[in-house]
Write a protein that binds this ligand. Sequence first.
Ligand code: ZN
Length: 444
Amino acid sequence: MRRLFANGWVVTMDDGGAEHERGWVLIDGRTIEAVGSGDEPEAEARVDLGGAVLTPGLVNTHHHLYQTLTRARAQQADLFTWLRELYPVWARIDAEAEYAAARTGLAELALSGCSTVFDHHYVFPRGRPGIFEAEVEAARELGVRLVASRGSMDLGVSDGGLPPDELVEELDAVLAETERLHGRYHENGPGAHIQVAVAPCSPFSVTGKLMEESAALARRLGLVLHTHLAETLEEETYCRELYGCSPVEYLERLGWLADDVWCAHCVHLSDGEVARFAETGTGVAHCPTSNLRLGAGVAPVRALLDAGVRVGLGVDGSASNERSDLFGEVKQALLVARGRGGGEAMTAREALRLGTRGGAEVLRRGDVGSLEPGKQADLAIWATDGLELGGADDLVAGLVFSGPHRVDRLVVGGEDVVRGGALVRADESEIARAHRVQARRFAA
Ligand SMILES: [Zn+2]
């Protein structure tokens, strides 16, 4: 069915950054047929947006949904202290808890306008099947797109790593399980709802051999690759002591600086390393709130963008950013860029671009992230008649400056996921209740 979303401020995020202040978007089934302003095309249904802002559905490029079970822990800790406190708690994860956690995090993200979610899951305790599957079930239930990682850790504390030995896996088991999940779930091509990524956790929890073999597997299967990188100064010290080089140099040595890779954080990069990211096409998931929460620093996003690096936004896991609100992260990205580089370091529209088109480019998803003919009908509609936008003539900048906001309507592949600020396919309060039951099992 062709549906016309009319009388809205359409922010396309196409290459030229086109906006239609009194515009419309025509969708046909799952995809966008036309975008414009002026004379409206014929359609079977017309939705009057009443002056709302219409953006592409947002794209989250880094999360750990399971961490919704362990919020507000290790409140004054840096990354390594925080991890050492939380690893033993996370070791309790199983499929039932993961399902409750994923529904909660995905619901929060959907209500913040996010239609495509990457989740970096890497905690797979031995003998607990169904964790990855539980995430897929939650995403299908809510209606958002999920790129889920079969992540991994194989460098335990007795081998010089950070995680406890009980949480690390054998290399062969990791690779075999990744291949199995790829065969069962991965969808190719435009409009995919479920995809698999390969994502060993970090230089301090994974052996170089697993990093290399993960990359080889991903390249054989045509999957994208992801890991944490250069998040804190402690990580840099750790890498220099263990590997004799910086985290970025270490990654490059393993064949991991490439255009099928994106890395979370990248707070501590030298100018030369920013250039290497650009030369190799390596992408970045910028997670400003989490970086502030753990006192890690502020990533050099202005320099990355000026160099032409692909940059998207991530809310990161809920144990280091208790709120899975991607629109909030758009505003946070704007604020930290200005805190680091001054008032001209980032515009509101650049920040919004990071959360939409930028994220899609990072995930190598050419089918989402902008409102253009042929792209997926993933639309986020933002009401502009509330208290916080009174007095704002530029409603797009006003939205970003006054964020976060609950999205009024979220359409994913032509299907309503949020309407009137409420989930369409699931019950928010039921999700919250079920989550609390599971979270009790993770109490300190
Ligand atoms: Zn993370």
